[in-house]
Structure formats: C-alpha cells, structure tokens
Design a protein around this ligand. Structure first.
Ligand SMILES: Cc1cc2nc3c(=O)[nH]c(=O)nc-3n(C[C@H](O)[C@H](O)[C@H](O)COP(=O)(O)O)c2cc1C
Length: 355
C-alpha cells in the first residue's frame, strides 16, 4: 500500500529505526510543549477560500533569494542523516535536486560538504553554520562551501547550548562519531587536549551580534539567520544587514514554551515588511500548513523531521516521495482556496485571531 501522507512516513520510521535514533530525531526539549504546539497551532488557523476563479492552470513555482524552486518547501538543516539512511546527506541532496527545492546542509552532516556538492552538482544548496569554538575551523568551512557553490550561509542562532532532551539522556545517546564529517582530520595533526577532541564539533558559547560582521568579512554569500522568534531580534537582524530570517524554534528542541513558529511568524513579517525574505520551519506536515505559512508572509518553508522519515523509508526515493506528497497537497490546497499561483496567496486567506 502506498504511503499517502507524511504521518505514515513517521509511523514507518518509528517502527524501523533503532529506538535511540528514532528518539533523537523525535525529541523535543523538556516537556515538549513547543514541539507539540508546532503542529497543533496550524489546526487552530482556518482558511477563507475564494471560489469560481478558473483553476484550470496551476503554478506552484516561486523563488528564494532570486533562484527558482518548484514549490515553496525546502529541507531544513539537520545533523547526521546517516542515522536515517546509510548514504546520508548524499541521498538528501539528490532528492532535493530532483525535486528542484532548496536543501540547507547542516554543519553536523554525516557527509562532508564536498560529498554533498558532488552528489547533486546542480542542486540549490545553502549551508547552515554553527560557529565553532575554534574560529579558524568555521572560517575554513565557510570558504569551502563558498568555493563549492553553496548559495547562502544560514547561521543558526538559537543554540548557545543544546536543549535538554530527556529521551537522549535516558538512552545515554551518543552520536556515532564525535566529530562531524566536516571537521574530519582537523584535530589529528595538532596538539589538542582530550577535552578539545571530545568537543571537536562543539559550538562557541560566546557568539553574539558582533560576530555577524566577522562572518560578513569572510564571505560574499548572502547571510540568513535561523531561529528568530521576536520582532526585536528581527529588527536587529535587519540592522546587521542580513538577507533572510528563518522563523524557527528548532522544532521545539531548544527553549521549551516558546510559541509555535507559525504563531511567531506574523510578528516577524509585520516588522520586516518585505525588506528581507522571511522563511519558516517547524511542524509543517501537510500542504495546508504550507499554504497557511505563506498566507502569513513566509516566502518558503522548510521541513526537518519529515525529511528524515522519508530517508528512513527509502533513502533518496523516500524523500522524493515526501516532497511529492507535500507538493501535490499544496497545489490542491491552493486550488481549493482559489489561488492559481503563489503570488495570489495572501493574508486574506486565513482567519487568524492572533493578529
Ligand atoms: C534530528 C534533528 C537534527 C537537527 N539538527 C539541526 C542542525 O544541525 N542545525 C540546525 O540549525 N537545526 C537543526 N535541527 C532543527 C531543524 O533545522 C528544524 O528547525 C526543525 O527540525 C523544524 O521542525 P520540524 O522537524 O517539525 O520540521 C535539527 C532537527 C532535528 C529533528
């Protein structure tokens, strides 16, 4: 029987992945209030369809930072895809390329950025950066991704420390390697303490707004900040000259009790007023969810866990199926709501009490 919606991929992944890997992927922080609300929040938003508008020709295409994509869904950065599928991020990159969507590769990928670029040379790739304690490693990584044709840098700003995920503690979960593939070898030829080796993949706790200038000095790539939830930080981001913002609570894995990302979105889009592109991730599971996020001002949305479920199902093919289902559902939702193309999606489409 074919899988017909994303929750069926979730059920498959839960049944077939080793428990500790499944728990790591599913985890939220603390009581998982935000993780769960990320999904529930969409169900509270109602749509206002328009009818009799000739839906014979539909077009889901749009752009991100000027590059065309087949529909406004991309792959959010997540670490260690080999936990879900042996070929890891190579399969992710190929699926994204085949579907013509944007793939944001994580600093903590289990394949190197070179392997990812080689797997899908024509794909639209952005690179998600965690600033490493040893800044020269991040500098080198930024230069590598720029040279490899990644088209934007996405700095994740909501992880000064990793959130408390109870199942990972219960399972004493350890990632298969301490070092991400992107840092492989970086600690072998120098004199490092055991502690440094142990934290070879670890983020710099001291990162602050002043580091945005430092990042800018390293690269000409557009800069996007991922993990903004307030208008105050959106304003600061714009003052620092970023090209994009991802409204995200990290899938509810960081600070618990922050709003669902869809609930944080209107505050940010009202502040940003189209001066920079605003994206969203967190809880996207259906085409209807995509439509609602676009109606509230997102230019594109990204999926985190559902991409890993697709990989767990059938690697590249499974992820393509996930994307195809979302694309078909999104197109159908657009048609039923009376939008022939993405530019016809607007605030008028949703009944939303939080505005
Ligand atoms: C297993 C896992 C690993 C993740 N790793 C990263 C990461 O390395 N960098 C990052 O910026 N976000 C990471 N995230 C957060 C995602 O980019 C994204 O914000 C979140 O998964 C979106 O929510 P969703 O899973 O409900 O779609 C991770 C999420 C998961 C589930």
């Amino acid at each position: 029987m074919p899988l017909v919606c994303l929750s069926e991929f979730e059920a498959y992944a839960k049944k077939h992945l080793p428990k500790a890997s499944w728990d790591f992927i599913a985890a939220g922080a603390d009581e998982c209030c935000t993780r769960d609300d990320n999904l529930m929040a969409y169900k509270r938003i109602h749509l206002r369809p328009r009818v009799l508008r000739d839906m014979s020709v539909m077009d889901t295409k749009t752009t991100v930072l000027g590059t065309e994509i087949s529909f406004p869904v991309g792959i959010a950065p997540s670490g260690f895809h080999k936990l879900a599928w042996p070929d890891g991020e190579r399969s992710t990159a190929r699926a994204a390329e085949a579907m013509n969507v944007c793939y944001i590769a994580s600093t903590y990928s289990s394949c190197s950025v070179e392997e990812i670029a080689a797997a899908a040379p024509a794909g639209l790739r952005w690179f998600q950066l965690y600033i490493h304690r040893k800044r020269t490693l991040s500098e080198q990584l930024v230069r590598r991704v720029e040279a490899l044709g990644f088209q934007a840098l996405v700095l994740t700003v909501d992880v000064p420390y990793t959130g408390k995920r109870r199942d990972d503690l219960r399972n004493n979960f350890q990632l298969p390697t301490y070092t991400s593939k992107n840092f492989e070898g970086a600690f072998e030829d120098e004199d490092h303490t055991n502690d440094e080796r142990l934290h070879a993949g670890s983020v710099d706790y001291s990162v602050s707004w002043k580091d945005i200038g430092w990042l800018r000095s390293l690269t000409r790539l557009p800069l996007i900040l991922k993990g903004i939830l307030t208008k105050e930080d959106a304003e600061l981001a714009m003052k620092h000259g970023v090209q994009g913002i991802v409204v995200s609570n990290h899938g509810g894995r960081q600070l618990d009790s922050v709003p669902a990302s869809i609930d944080a979105l209107p505050e940010i889009t009202a502040t940003v007023q189209d001066k920079v592109e605003v994206y969203l991730d967190g809880g996207i599971r259906t085409g209807n969810d995509v439509l609602k996020a676009l109606a509230l001002g997102a230019k594109c949305v990204f999926i985190g866990r559902p991409a890993l479920w697709g990989l767990a199902y059938k690697g590249e093919e499974g992820l393509q199926e996930v994307l195809k289902i979302l694309k078909d559902e999104f197109c159908l939702s657009m048609a039923l709501a009376g939008c022939r193309n993405v530019s016809e999606i607007g605030r008028h489409l949703v009944q939303y009490s939080k505005l």
